[in-house]
Design a binder for this molecule. Structure first.
Ligand SMILES: CC(C)(COP(=O)(O)OP(=O)(O)OC[C@H]1O[C@@H](n2cnc3c(N)ncnc32)[C@H](O)[C@@H]1OP(=O)(O)O)[C@@H](O)C(=O)NCCC(=O)NCCS
Length: 238
């Protein structure tokens, strides 16, 4: 593992898009990289045999309280190339990048994601520590998490405010993609990176719905309900 370099950028874009089955997160990586919130030292890649197969970013956000805005850091996104998943690469990246954050005397790292995954690294529900993270309305409150580091102090409370680079996701968070009946093909969706969505529903969530043929949009309430179920059962990473 090492910090990313300019000659990695194309490979990073490809692996992030493949991992999420979407260009959205790849766009996010590039938007963060182009912003003032980018921290090169905490944008790491994992290489196997000279190939870039994993990527993680920690970048700046703000913690807003009555006392004003205080800079903090957030982890997003994390991606491992599908054929290299479940080999410990994602875990190694999270351990490595949060260790760098600790070495830089960052007090905490926030993340939005599956508690079943991030909990193993010591992330805890942020609200338990007075830190509010606005998650999409289909996600459980526990999806907003915080890792408290050595420099943490209990006075660090408030609302996490994302920088403009994250606006790329605002519309998607408000209006989840529609669902569609199964078409017999196996799709690995970004909300089901480990392929267990088949367990519970006779539908699957379409990623880039507008580009797909044969989409049958369902009511937003149903879409929300399935996403909530999916997250409750810890089968989604988002
Ligand atoms: C999530 C992701 C980064 C994990 O990377 P990885 O290298 O496969 O993870 P590791 O090998 O370190 O850990 C695998 C473990 O995590 C679990 N896991 C993987 N993805 C998970 C998810 N989305 N939710 C819950 N658990 C998950 C696996 O069950 C496995 O546990 P086990 O070996 O005890 O069964 C990778 O699957 C990925 O890129 N997914 C698509 C993008 C994504 O969802 N990113 C995270 C959101 S920001």
């Amino acid at each position: 593992m090492r910090p990313e370099r300019a000659d990695d950028f194309a490979a990073i874009r490809a692996l992030v898009a493949a991992a999420f089955d979407s260009d959205g997160e790849a766009d996010l990586v590039e938007a963060i990289r182009a912003s003032e919130q980018y921290i090169a030292e905490m944008s790491l890649i994992a290489e196997v045999g000279g190939e870039v197969v994993g990527h993680v970013m920690i970048s700046r956000a703000n913690l807003r309280s009555d006392g004003g805005d205080r800079p903090i850091v957030m982890l997003a996104p994390l991606a491992v190339e599908p054929s290299h998943q479940r080999a410990g690469i994602g875990s190694a990246l999270v351990h490595a990048v949060t260790a760098v954050a600790g070495d830089r005397d960052e007090p905490l790292v926030v993340v939005e994601g599956d508690p079943a995954y991030y909990g193993r690294f010591g992330f805890e529900p942020a609200y338990e520590h007075g830190i509010e993270i606005t998650v999409p309305d289909w996600a459980p409150r526990e999806a907003g998490q915080v890792l408290r580091l050595a420099a943490y102090g209990a006075s660090l409370t408030g609302l996490v405010v994302y920088p403009p680079a994250f606006d790329v996701f605002a519309e998607w968070a408000e209006t989840p993609p529609p669902l569609r009946p199964k078409d017999g093909n196996r799709h690995v969706h970004r909300h089901d990176p480990i392929g267990r969505i088949d367990d519970f529903a006779d539908v699957e969530i379409a990623g880039d719905a507008a580009d797909d043929v044969g989409i049958t949009p369902l009511e937003p309430e149903l879409s929300h309900a399935i996403r909530s179920l999916c997250l409750e059962r810890s089968i989604c990473g988002f």
